[in-house]
Design a protein around this ligand. Sequence first.
Ligand code: RB5
Length: 147
Amino acid sequence: MKIAIGNDHAAVAMKQEVAAYLKELGHEVVNMGTDRAESCNYPEYGEKVANAVASGEFDCGILICGTGVGISIAANKVNGIRAAVCSDTATARLVKQHNNANIIAFGERIVGVELAKDIVKAYLTAEFEGGRHAKRIAMISDIEARN
Ligand code: RB5
């Protein structure tokens, strides 16, 4: 898969470890995050990855900040993005199966690096189930269109 990854200053080390792991799994990874420890602003990276995914150029995105929350909120402002914060593998699998999340997010201050790797693997190997879930996702798109 072609995966866009982004992060703020709170998640440089985890981004590097997760990106290396994704490459080991055979994925193409484009780093859109910061590699510097200096304080920066997570909305910038959330938007960058969200636009890359919404454009169709990438299959999905991974966003990491301190908690995963701020950067996912930013990403979810881009039309067509369904970014989900996942701090466990069951959620990571279900956000693909039920919500067809096109971005997952997590926090370097919340999950350890081994769990982060399991989270991305659970997400990437799951498949959207469609059916009743597709109807609900269409309803989410309708909200976007109305607002
Ligand atoms: C940065 O200190 C921190 O606020 C950010 O990484 C993130 O946790 C926000 O949601």
